[in-house]
Design a protein around this ligand. Structure first.
Ligand code: AP5
Length: 213
């Protein structure tokens, strides 16, 4: 099973990908997480990516296509995987199709997380993440047991640099301009499965389970 999670920033792709990944043992392949790991490791790829990410712009296609190309060939992807935040442009989608066809594989569904922009800003501005293990929280909807501290490992939570309000508005513009055309791309291929993402966490999980039946 190969799934693409498509949707605007803050629509809950990462949260639901983590839940599904732990239920089904399909790895979550998040290009955003891979890029942030490269930034933390101080690699040249990380330095290049940071200048785009801090402004809410997309990292060049060649960089993320290269990352995914390496990752999908690893053994843990054999039974299936969840692409969280990739592809994000038509050239990325085309590169993915050709990569998978070279491996004799194909996407089963592109899940579209539908949510209005007006609600996304609150989701992103309130998000807090653990820099140690990647756990995600929200100051209102998913609070840690102790304010500002990760439940899993006790590390102090941070706000992502691109979750500042001025960067959020650019990320939403970039989504509509560069990523939304993928809705038509996957609809034409009869792979698009929209779900309502403007509901509580468990309702979204249930909506996802329904479309995967
Ligand atoms: P990336 O890390 O992929 O960010 P994104 O797509 O902008 O998505 P987010 O992680 O912001 O949101 P999400 O939908 O996963 O929501 P989440 O579950 O966290 O990319 C970051 C940057 O990297 C990009 O801007 C770009 O520069 C670069 N990049 C990455 N991939 C790229 C690519 N393919 N090509 C080029 N550049 C690329 O939830 C958000 C918050 O809401 C959390 O606090 C959560 O707790 C809360 N929440 C979630 N669901 C619910 C719910 N149902 N109810 C209430 N609260 C909820």
């Amino acid at each position: 099973m190969i799934l693409v999670f498509l949707g605007p920033p803050g629509s809950g792709k990462g949260t639901q990908a983590k839940r599904l990944s732990s239920q089904r043992s399909w790895p979550q392949l998040s290009t955003g997480d891979m890029l942030r790991a490269a930034i933390q490791a101080g690699t040249s790829l990380g330095r290049e990516a940071k200048s785009f990410m801090d402004q809410g712009a997309l990292v060049p296609d060649s960089v993320v296509i290269g990352l995914i190309g390496e990752r999908v060939k690893q053994a843990d992807c054999a039974a299936g995987f969840i692409l969280d935040g990739f592809p994000r442009t038509i050239p990325q989608a085309e590169a993915l199709d050709s990569l998978l066809s070279g491996l004799g594989r194909q996407i089963q569904s592109a899940i579209l997380f539908e949510m209005p922009d007006s609600l996304l800003v609150g989701r992103l501005a309130g998000r807090r993440t653990c820099p140690q293990d990647g756990s995600m929280y929200h100051v209102e909807s998913a609070r840690p047991k102790k304010d500002g501290v990760c439940d899993q490992c006790g590390t102090a939570l941070i706000q992502r640099p691109d979750d500042q309000e001025e960067v959020i508005s650019n990320r939403l513009k970039v989504y509509h301009r560069q990523t939304e055309p993928l809705v038509g791309y996957y609809r034409e291929r009869q792979l698009l499965r929209p779900i309502r993402a403007d509901q509580g966490l468990d309702q979204v999980t249930q909506g996802l389970a329904e479309v995967l039946k």
